[in-house]
Ligand binder design. Structure first.
Ligand SMILES: C[S@@+](CC[C@H](N)C(=O)[O-])C[C@H]1O[C@@H](n2cnc3c(N)ncnc32)[C@H](O)[C@@H]1O
Length: 287
């Protein structure tokens, strides 16, 4: 399908006209075309979204119009808004993201929420976030539980650079970032809570067609999407304290398979947590 972008965009278009044209161009690719258009125009003009409403009848100068049209074209090609703006909101934090990191999903806040329920305020627990990407999960836990010590790992050094930068900007000193393959870099340590949102899509899943801008390393996990769970379930049991817990995000159809993998690796008290739509998305287990 040929998608209509915004170029050529007439110079001296009014703000309200530009937003309508951009919204129409984005309708086929975005669930929030008007919002995307506003965020990209505000960025091109270096103003706030409320400025756009208050100055709807003002004309956009040629240079800003070109910048706006270029980003609308990127979005029309399917590029996630977060890669165009370089930022994504997660747990009320504005996080830097790059093509080396998964764009953090709102669904992953369920994982954070359930991890926090297991970590009382003021405690000094040790928490491990496996496959931290932009750092989203570790940063949220570190912000909510400043007395805890976190270790956040990823096999992708470029992703870890972004995660470290996010921790610096958010002034969260209680996270150590370590590069390596799942539990390998932390096998001599002990944690009270292990969290992970690992890759969980099967390599031949048709969903990949709509995810071509995000790193395959962050998404694909073998022929059935369960490879990362198998490794984590087998290895994490060796680093958990006796009363510790593991929390794993997964696809809504993977609940039973993940429970089975955990159970066969000696985990017990396996329970599931649902998202706001009632879909099973996080599995929690103990030693
Ligand atoms: C689904 S993304 C999750 C990113 C982030 N935690 C989030 O929720 O937005 C999975 C992450 O696991 C990392 N990863 C993939 N294979 C890995 C491995 N063998 N060891 C460690 N991390 C890995 C990827 O680089 C990616 O950042």
């Amino acid at each position: 399908m040929v998608r209509e972008g915004l170029t050529p965009l007439n110079d001296f278009l009014r703000i309200d006209e530009a937003l309508v044209r951009a919204r129409d161009a984005l309708e086929a690719v975005s669930e929030s075309p008007r919002l995307d258009a506003e965020l990209l125009l505000a960025r091109a003009l270096d103003v706030t979204r409320s400025f756009l409403i208050a100055h709807a009848d003002e004309e956009i100068d040629g240079a800003a119009a070109k910048r706006f049209a270029a980003t609308i074209d990127q979005r029309v090609s399917g590029m996630p808004l977060a890669y165009i703006t370089g930022a994504k909101e997660f747990w009320s934090m504005n996080l830097l993201v790059t093509p080396a990191t998964l764009v953090p999903r709102p669904d992953t806040e369920i994982l954070v929420d359930h991890a926090l329920r297991l970590i009382p305020h003021e405690t000094t627990q040790h928490v491990l976030d496996l496959g931290t990407g932009s750092g989203a999960v570790a940063l949220a836990i570190a912000a909510e539980r400043p007395h805890c010590e976190l270790v956040a790992t990823d096999i992708c050094a470029k992703a870890l650079t972004v995660a470290k930068e996010n921790a610096g900007r958010l002034q969260l000193p209680n996270i150590e970032f370590v590069c390596g393959d799942w539990l390998e870099p932390v096998q001599d340590r002990q944690f009270d809570v292990v969290v992970s949102n690992p890759p969980y899509i099967a390599v031949d899943d048709p969903h990949f067609a709509g995810l071509c801008f995000e790193p395959r390393l962050a998404l694909a996990a073998g022929h059935d999407g369960l490879d990362a769970f198998r490794i984590i379930a087998a290895q994490a049991i060796n680093v958990l304290s006796p009363a510790g817990s593991i929390l794993l995000e997964h696809g809504e159809s993977q609940q039973h398979a993940v429970a089975e993998i955990l159970s066969s690796n000696g985990w017990r008290d396996i329970e599931n947590a649902e998202d706001l739509g009632g879909r099973p998305r996080v599995t929690i287990a103990r030693m």
